[in-house]
Design a protein around this ligand. Structure first.
Ligand code: ATP
Ligand code: MG
Length: 450
């Protein structure tokens, strides 16, 4: 029954690759995430293959196919077959781990058992091929059925060997909605400081995937101490009360609900995760006991930039995220003029993102739909402005620097100031966006009638 499930999902090219290895006398199985996902009825993307064939033997079996030597030293060759690519890896038995990340030595094995017991979680050890069906040497099927994430072998030792598994564990739990088994959870928390020994890029990669997972909120509520190891700036958010009529969570829980409420793309998830990091610093309480967080959007953006740098996010992501955080609390425009002023200030891209951000932010407040009407209006205003091709930036203005210079304005600061002044006048409908009208308007302003 289970084997049938995988057989139905497994692509023909995978079956051919496995059969080819078997025909040459080698053991070969699909393994890891793809088998796990197929058994859960999810559509796997990458199929990994584990085999008793040595790297040179894999190469020879697929000599007619394009190959990429992904990590020959570690026994991995990527083979392209019928438009698909498969990472094919020789059965391995890992040696000692010395630096919480890299196995000291890789030794190849002829036994599948050696290969599966070095893997991280039981649900990631399941193997499959057409002739033998599902092979379960570590109790992965039972855990898959119970929705449990359990380290293979002794959890404490496994996380000490490779601390990245700590974050992988949280990521899988948040992705699959699986509970982390008690001993595994204990070892994750006890070994969390080892994450500081892991490369920042790997931590960043796993953390981003964790944020984008559907059950991230639950996992971060339970395991926030793990995140605090590499983002200690998170700590003040936990338990930071928001005593206002608008809020029903502390800053930390609000953050998690807001993060889960936005589309699961890295940029949006990062924006929401970090959007209120400045709140604890900005918190004041008035005589009525009401909390205020004046200026927190700017403080958050300033605080988050060095965090993202430290985590080695690329500059484009850092700009993208901090620019949105810096304006996340602006009010939705109520009139077309307000919408155009906002557009002139933040641009169309950020305006669009701001609608998503405000929606998610509100979903994490006492009245989750308090902004529905305002946001619908914000969207309608944008559509109307774009449809009418109404001017809201200097590019769209009917005069430019050259026009102004030709009309006698000195090059330099004055040009920019005049253009801004005219744009503002057009947005406020004090003057039509036409060259002649703008120059006349300008002249009238300079020579006011007495
Ligand atoms: P996904 O591709 O959806 O992230 P996956 O389970 O395929 O999930 P990969 O990172 O592609 O994860 O790794 C493939 C397999 O290799 C895993 O299923 C696991 O069996 C093993 N593996 C990967 N990284 C580790 C690790 N750090 N420690 C032990 N085993 C690992
Ligand atoms: Mg994978």
């Amino acid at each position: 029954m289970l084997s049938q499930t995988v057989a139905q999902i497994a692509p023909a090219a995978l079956k051919k690759a496995l059969a080819r290895l078997q025909k040459h006398g080698f053991k070969a199985y699909a393994v890891g995430g793809a088998v796990r996902d197929a058994l859960l009825g999810l559509a796997p993307t990458d199929w990994d293959i584990t085999t008793s064939a040595l790297p040179e033997e894999i190469s020879a079996v697929f000599s007619d196919c394009r190959q990429i030597e992904t990590g020959k030293k570690h026994g991995t060759i990527t083979v392209l077959l019928e438009g698909m690519s498969f990472e094919i890896t020789t059965f391995r038995a890992d040696g000692d781990y010395k630096d919480a990340r890299h196995p000291e030595a890789v030794s190849f094995s002829k036994e599948l058992k050696d290969d599966v017991i070095r893997r991280d979680f039981t649900v990631n050890t399941l193997c499959w091929n057409e002739t033998e069906g599902v092979i379960d040497l570590c109790g992965g099927l039972q855990d898959l059925k119970l929705h449990v994430l359990r380290a293979v072998g002794e959890p404490d030792r496994r996380f000490k060997e490779d601390a990245l598994r700590i974050l992988r564990g949280l990521r899988f739990s948040a992705h699959l909605g699986f509970q982390i088994e008690k001993e595994t959870a204990k070892a994750i928390l006890e070994n969390r400081a080892l994450l500081l020994e892991i490369s920042k890029e790997r931590v960043r990669e796993e953390f981003t995937r964790l944020l984008c997972a559907p059950y991230m909120k639950q996992v971060l509520l339970e395991f926030h101490e793990v995140i605090e190891v590499f983002i200690p700036e998170l700590t003040p958010l936990i338990g930071c009360r928001q005593d206002t009529p608008y809020h029903c969570y502390d800053v930390f829980e609000h953050t998690l609900v807001a993060t889960e409420s936005i589309a699961p793309t890295p940029h949006f998830r990062l924006i929401m995760f970090f959007h209120d990091f400045g709140k604890p610093k900005c918190k004041t309480t008035d005589t009525n006991g009401v909390s205020h967080f004046k200026g927190h959007q700017k403080v958050s953006a300033e605080l988050v930039e060095p965090i993202l740098k430290r985590l080695r996010y690329d500059n484009k992501t850092i700009r993208m995220v901090t620019s949105r955080i810096a304006v996340h609390d602006l009010n939705a425009p109520k009139t077309k003029t307000e919408a155009k002023l906002l557009l002139s200030y933040i641009g169309e891209d950020i305006y669009r993102d701001l609608m998503q951000i405000k929606r998610a932010d509100t979903l994490a407040k006492a009245d989750p739909h308090a902004q529905d009407e305002k946001l619908a209006r914000m969207e309608a205003l944008l559509s109307e402005i774009l449809q009418n091709n109404e001017c809201f930036n200097l590019k769209m203005l009917a005069v430019n620097g050259n026009t102004l210079k030709a009309s006698g304005i000195k090059a330099g600061k004055e040009i920019k100031e005049t253009l801004d002044f005219l744009l503002d006048a057009v947005i406020r409908e004090q003057c039509p966006n036409e060259q002649k009208a703008l120059l006349t308007f300008l002249k009238a302003k300079k020579e006011p009638t007495t």
